[in-house]
Design a protein around this ligand. Structure first.
Ligand code: AMP
Ligand code: ZN
Length: 116
C-alpha cells in the first residue's frame, strides 16, 4: 500500500519515534508547527475520522490515552490534540493521525486552522 505512515509503521521510512506499542505509533512531525509537535497514529490503516467504523471506538479511545501518556512522560503543562479530517479540514496524509501540539503556538498554524 502506498501510504507514507504505513511505511513509517513498517520502518521502510525513518521517523523520530516517541512511542510504540502493538496498536499505535507516535513520532515527531517532520515540519513542527509548535516547539513540541508529535503525530500519534493507529497501526491500522484508517483513512480518516470519516472512515471510522463502530468497531474502531475503542481504538480511538486508546489513541487519546497514548497522547496523555506521552504528555505525562514529557511533563507537558498543557497541550492541544488536533485531528484534521479531509482536504477541506486540512488533512494531507490519508492515514488517520492526531497532532499533539505543545509549547508556544505558531500564529501561522493557528491562522491556517481557522482559515481552512
Ligand atoms: P495533516 O495536515 O493533518 O494531514 O498532517 C500531516 C502532517 O504530517 C504534517 O504536519 C506534516 O508535516 C507531517 N509529515 C509529513 N511527512 C512526514 C514524515 N515523513 N515524518 C513526519 N511527519 C511528516
Ligand atoms: Zn496507512
Amino acid at each position: 500500500m502506498d501510504c507514507l505512515f504505513c511505511k513509517i509503521i513498517n520502518k521502510e521510512v525513518p521517523a523520530d519515534i516517541v512511542y510504540e506499542d502493538s496498536k499505535f505509533l507516535a513520532f515527531y512531525d517532520i515540519n513542527p508547527k509548535t516547539p513540541i509537535h508529535i503525530l500519534i497514529i493507529p497501526k491500522k490503516h484508517i483513512l480518516s475520522v470519516d472512515h471510522l467504523k463502530i468497531e474502531d471506538k475503542e481504538l480511538m479511545g486508546g489513541l487519546i490515552l497514548v497522547a496523555k501518556k506521552i504528555a505525562g512522560e514529557k511533563k507537558l503543562k498543557g497541550y492541544r490534540l488536533l485531528i484534521n479530517v479531509g482536504r477541506g479540514g486540512g488533512q494531507i496524509i490519508d492515514h488517520l493521525h492526531m497532532h499533539l501540539l505543545a509549547g508556544k503556538p505558531n500564529k501561522d498554524f493557528e491562522l491556517r486552522i481557522l482559515n481552512e
